[in-house]
Design a protein around this ligand. Sequence first.
Ligand code: HEC
Ligand code: HEC
Ligand code: HEC
Ligand code: HEC
Ligand code: HEC
Ligand code: HEC
Ligand code: HEC
Ligand code: HEC
Length: 418
Amino acid sequence: MKNYYLVCFATLIAVLFMTPRVSADDGEVCVKCHKAVTPLLVKDWQSSEHSANDVYCNECHGSDHKSKKTVHLVQFPDEATCGDCHEEQFEQFAKGKHNFGWTSLNALPIIHLEPDELMEGGKGCGGCHNMGIKSEAQKKELRDKGYCYRNNSCDECHTRHTFSKKEAQDPKACQTCHMGFDHPQWEMYESSKHGERYHMKERGRLPKDAAAPTCQFCHLPNGTHTNKVAWGFLGVRLPLLEDKQWAADQTTILKALGVMDPDGKPTGRLGAVKAVDMVRLTEEDWQSERKKMIKTCKKCHSSKYALGELAKGDQMIKKADRLMAEAINAVAALYKDGILKKPKHYAYAYPDFLHFYQTGGSHIDQVLFTMYMKHRMRTYQGVFHANPDYAYWYGWAAMTKDLDQIKEMAESLRDKPK
Ligand code: HEC
Ligand code: HEC
Ligand code: HEC
Ligand code: HEC
Ligand code: HEC
Ligand code: HEC
Ligand code: HEC
Ligand code: HEC
């Protein structure tokens, strides 16, 4: 009996290894019917490298569905399916910041207070934060809510079903997500000299070999799929900086991010921030990313030039933090003195940036949030992306205006009869 099972098992293994993963005949069946069902989708696929290399529909979607009645048996490929054939890109992607997009979104308290269509449904925050390999638990949560699509991050830059390399090399591939309110990198880049030269080159106004860096050239150099920068999105660092005033200002910001409590002690949120690598936690980590960036600038500029330009970005974070801390302290004092009441979702009677505009109705808190999330971001991101207008008018100038407004509002709130 034992032998019988052994033979069966051996035969099964042999069959599994001998037959191709899927059959091209099955693939032809899909294509034939789908030429009528989704004609332009099939055309897309036909123009792809996949089609040229006989990677049929069933390689990614399985062969269980072959009729109208069996549509529910279709499989949707996750990143690991692509990784079966593109291991290098999969491994690189897994090590980068994009791989944290979904998890960092889900770590924020705000998302449980907003319409789900905009979160897990993928129409707002979740539309851009689909980036990242989902855990089995995250996938189950989506399925249970009836969301069966968006299982893949690779098609965020290589859209289906062309899955083109050229598309992903174009800065436009980043635009949908890297634009707008708190990270207008597309707008900043496009109107900087770097972006302007790129467009001129595309139009044939500059020679084909003219130097014009793209987002990819600076952030995914040499075809890597691992992305990370020195400062990171929040523009704060741990351990704190040597400059005493700057360290104090960054501490104030960390309190408003809820990573430290109002007394300056680390909170549970610090763990969540660490888990998705939201801030660089060691000097070495920060320096290593900075060095990589300088190496990229040096392909076209002198190192002296590049170092100087990036140092200006760091200095602008420092100067923006001075304004920011002053504003946070002014609002925090209103909470402390009982003039503002603690909104019910807040952990402390202290501003909480990670609740975004859900502040329980205090306008001054909302101006403070805009100052941080919109204007502070633009100030230093504008400098790093060589965009004068974003750095000044949409950034620094707006911050100074916010600060004055906050001070004025704080004064009149204090004067208001109880
Ligand atoms: C006899 C026709 C027919 C054949 C053969 C066929 N399909 Fe389909 N397929 C359909 C129809 C009809 C739908 C539903 C389209 C709709 O929702 O408008 C569909 C839907 C799909 C979907 C989308 C499912 C969803 O939930 O959105 C995928 C993916 C798919 N087919 C892949 C395949 C693959 C892979 C094969 C081959 C193994 C295949 N199809 C073979 C008719 C067919
Ligand atoms: C290289 C892998 C790959 C191949 C090959 C492939 N698909 Fe897809 N397909 C995807 C991915 C990725 C998605 C998006 C999945 C998700 O949203 O979870 C998708 C989604 C779909 C959808 C549903 C979404 C929509 O836009 O309507 C249909 C229908 C579909 N594929 C049909 C096909 C057909 C037909 C073929 C063959 C002509 C094919 N696919 C070949 C990867 C592939
Ligand atoms: C069964 C193997 C297989 C699977 C699965 C697969 N690919 Fe491919 N892919 C290939 C082959 C073969 C080529 C063409 C040769 C090459 O570039 O390696 C290719 C090429 C590509 C290219 C380069 C296209 C170009 O314009 O040069 C991209 C991008 C790509 N695949 C993305 C994906 C993504 C994203 C997925 C998952 C949704 C995926 N592939 C799934 C086999 C596969
Ligand atoms: C238009 C696309 C888009 C939308 C909408 C969006 N985000 Fe983001 N988000 C991004 C991008 C791009 C970054 C990285 C920006 C950077 O580093 O400058 C980011 C960064 C973040 C980060 C920091 C991650 C880290 O580890 O550095 C968090 C947390 C976050 N977003 C949460 C949210 C929440 C919550 C919402 C909705 C209220 C939201 N995002 C809406 C694109 C988006
Ligand atoms: C943030 C955008 C982005 C995402 C997400 C992305 N790619 Fe790419 N991919 C690129 C860029 C840019 C290139 C071109 C690299 C170059 O210039 O050599 C590329 C190239 C490729 C190539 C062609 C490699 C070659 O040299 O021919 C493959 C295959 C590929 N990617 C697969 C994947 C897979 C698999 C995933 C998901 C795990 C993925 N990509 C996710 C941007 C992206
Ligand atoms: C589908 C939306 C989407 C697209 C497309 C996209 N990104 Fe992102 N990107 C994000 C999100 C979301 C984050 C924040 C991830 C996190 O939570 O850590 C991010 C983060 C980044 C970061 C910040 C890394 C850090 O250390 O904080 C860089 C750099 C970046 N992306 C570059 C690019 C480039 C270059 C492209 C185009 C080739 C691109 N991205 C395309 C959504 C996108
Ligand atoms: C000439 C090189 C260069 C180009 C081109 C470029 N960037 Fe950047 N980017 C930088 C530098 C430098 C930083 C700051 C790095 C640091 O923290 O030290 C940065 C930072 C970022 C960040 C993190 C911002 C933050 O809040 O800390 C994102 C996201 C990003 N860039 C995306 C893009 C996108 C998308 C494009 C194209 C639309 C682009 N970049 C074009 C050099 C470039
Ligand atoms: C692929 C080549 C290339 C790379 C890489 C590159 N640059 Fe440039 N950069 C240029 C060119 C060309 C100009 C236009 C020079 C001019 O204005 O005459 C320029 C312009 C600039 C300007 C704007 C000058 C102005 O007058 O508006 C700044 C600032 C700058 N680069 C900084 C950087 C930094 C910092 C890096 C690295 C993060 C970098 N560049 C990477 C080619 C490059």
